[in-house]
Design a protein around this ligand. Structure first.
Ligand code: SF4
Length: 390
């Protein structure tokens, strides 16, 4: 009976299919709209949507790097190299234009290379303020939104009205609210859905028409609401805080599922940083977008104060009764490289079990990581909170 109740809905299966192969759905969308790819993090997709264009998040490729090696040095992070590889080597035909966010030195250089590589495509840089405590940060972000709005209007050949923007805000707010609700249910009933299923459901939205994504997520939320009481037991699971920028390759989620870790909170650009907080639908749209930007959880290149990088993680862990932090470290991410020593020292002082998982998009041999993860979990449960920092 219980097994029957936990039959996964078709909507969840569909979301996973799209998350793992988004180009089928993009081919259909491209018949209706021009596709604008943007990179992580914090490009206000609502502006692209309100211009009648389709925003698509470029999230790299796990396929081998063949073309971008000639354009970016090998010690650039694999997120940047894989993003460029995806577009140059594999999927260039799908994109009409790009909005690239600059959040670090790598993304700054990437923007220059990208622009030269695609002279026939629409291209904008989006300059996100990195020190968000500065009084100028809010005004800067709002001004960037106004500039991007004007540039998109020119490209799309139509005005982006405030009414159209508010409709887009409402659509995206609905999407974020549904995903937050699903996350809350997953937290309450860890046996209901795996980490991979939940984060795939979020990821599908980066590529799909937002209204269609809302419909599918709504169906999953309905199923989850009806089923959660039968799956509420947290027995056998331990509570993980997942930290980083992206979790790649996605098989990492499967590994966490295998050791029965349930992710209860995160600060990933591809999860909480994406779905937390709504945009106010009244008032000046650019100011409303800036307000949301300043309320978002921090991530490594965008913060208020260097101490917040670890102080926030400690709060995230304590507030969610986390039993361990898994820190996904993208190899050669310069921002994470700077922060990691301080974060590790702070976790050691606080006695929070902390595991660093260093990966690249192209990591295919996960056996070593799996062994480290299993060894960490064994020590966590044999020594209690003395699992240590690794
Ligand atoms: S923040 Fe890190 S992962 Fe992101 S583009 Fe910069 S170096 Fe790469």
């Amino acid at each position: 009976m219980v097994e029957q109740r936990n039959i996964k809905p078709a909507a969840l299966t569909r979301l996973q299919e799209i998350a793992n192969d988004p180009y089928g759905c993009l081919a259909d969308l491209r018949k209706r709209k021009r596709i604008i790819g943007s990179t992580l993090a914090d490009v206000p997709e609502e502006l692209i949507h309100a211009a009648g264009l389709h925003p698509f998040l470029i999230l790299g490729t796990n396929n081998p790097i063949r073309h971008s090696a000639a354009l970016l040095p090998d010690n650039s992070c694999s997120l940047a190299r894989s993003n460029l590889e995806l577009v140059v080597g594999y999927q260039s035909a799908f994109f009409d234009g790009f909005v690239l966010s600059q959040v670090c030195d790598t993304t700054q250089h990437l923007g220059d290379i990208w622009k030269r590589k695609f002279p026939d495509h629409y291209f904008e840089n989006f300059l996100t303020p990195r020190q968000v405590a500065r009084p100028s940060a809010r005004a800067w972000y709002a001004e960037e939104c106004r500039r991007l709005r004007g540039a998109l209007e020119q490209y799309a050949g139509r005005a982006i009205t405030d009414a159209a923007l508010r409709e887009s805000f409402a659509l995206y707010n609905e999407n974020r609210a549904l995903l937050r609700r699903l996350y809350a249910i997953k937290r309450e009933a860890p046996a209901l859905m795996t980490n991979r299923e939940f984060f795939d459901a979020v990821k599908a939205g980066f590529f799909m028409d937002r209204g269609e994504h809302n419909e599918l997520v709504q169906a999953v939320v309905q199923w989850a609401e009806q089923t959660k009481d039968h799956q509420a037991s947290a027995n056998g699971y331990f509570r993980v805080i997942c930290v980083g920028i992206v979790v790649e390759p996605p098989a990492l989620y499967d590994m966490i599922d295998e050791v029965k870790g349930t992710i209860v909170a995160d600060n990933l650009c591809t999860a909480s940083r994406y779905i937390f907080y709504d945009v106010e639908t009244k008032g000046d749209p650019a100011e409303a977008l800036a307000d949301r930007h300043l309320r978002k959880p921090y991530f490594t290149p965008i913060n208020e104060d260097v101490r917040r990088i670890y102080a926030d993680l400690i709060s995230l862990c304590r507030d969610n009764n986390g039993e361990a932090i898994f820190y996904v470290h993208i190899k050669y991410c310069e921002s994470q490289d700077y922060d990691l020593p301080d974060i590790k020292a702070a976790m050691r002082t606080e006695g929070i079990p902390f595991l660093e998982l260093e990966t690249e998009y192209q990591t295919t041999h996960l056996a070593q990581l799996k062994t480290r993860l299993q060894a960490f979990c064994e020590s966590l449960f044999t020594k209690g909170a003395q699992g240590g920092v690794r």
